[in-house]
Design a protein around this ligand. Structure first.
Ligand SMILES: CC(C)(COP(=O)(O)OP(=O)(O)OC[C@H]1O[C@@H](n2cnc3c(N)ncnc32)[C@H](O)[C@@H]1OP(=O)(O)O)[C@@H](O)C(=O)NCCC(=O)NCCS
Length: 166
């Protein structure tokens, strides 16, 4: 039986500038090249600083015993010719030793509520097709109609080498 931590022991609050380093390092631990072998989604310091600067109300953290246990970073998107406002949950991550204890649920509900307050009508998430935990988690939150997305690469250094030889 997994250890169950009462969910009230996870405190949710808005991310502050003092959290940036801890969130960044936790993201480095979670979003490694194993997490996403493609370069499609890359975790770096600009991800957090950009989201924090543009949508700090949609940057929330979860604490356990005064330490960062997880985070959820989102933004809103408005499309031309559409009255719908979309809420894009860009990153959500929980410390590996505290996963599967309900912290992700709590963070997700907080960011969803904040998006509703901002007039969001549709939430969007994306992740690698083989991220079972992520997909299982999003399904549990009610996401459906998974759409496949094709990601392609073109190695330009090979073409350059050929040109040099020719
Ligand atoms: C995805 C993630 C945020 C879930 O956080 P969590 O705190 O472990 O999730 P919770 O404990 O709140 O779980 C809620 C539900 O999600 C689903 N879920 C969670 N972990 C799962 C897993 N490993 N496999 C399948 N489903 C899972 C379950 O349905 C669970 O409900 P249950 O406990 O009643 O079975 C966490 O696994 C994580 O940080 N993963 C690495 C980063 C990542 O992939 N982020 C998503 C893309 S940005």
């Amino acid at each position: 039986m997994p250890r169950r931590i009462p969910e009230e022991l996870f405190a949710i609050r808005e991310m502050t500038i003092d959290d940036l380093a801890a969130v960044f390092h936790l993201g480095e631990e979670l979003f490694t090249s194993d997490y996403s072998s493609s370069m499609y989604r890359t975790w770096d310091e600009y991800e957090i600083t950009t989201l924090y600067n543009s949508d700090n109300e949609l940057c929330v953290v979860c604490e356990r015993d005064g330490e960062i246990a997880g985070f959820a970073l989102g933004t809103t998107v408005e499309k031309q010719h559409s009255s719908w406002k979309y809420g894009y949950l860009v990153w959500i991550g929980i410390r590996p030793d505290l996963q599967k204890l309900g912290a992700g649920d709590k963070l997700f509900n907080e960011i969803k509520q904040r998006m509703v307050e901002q007039g969001v009508r549709m939430m969007i998430v994306d992740t690698d097709a083989d991220n079972e935990a992520g997909i299982g988690f999003f399904r549990k939150q009610g996401f459906d109609s998974i759409q496949q997305h094709v990601y392609m690469t073109l190695n330009l250094s090979r073409a350059r080498r050929k040109r040099r030889k020719g």
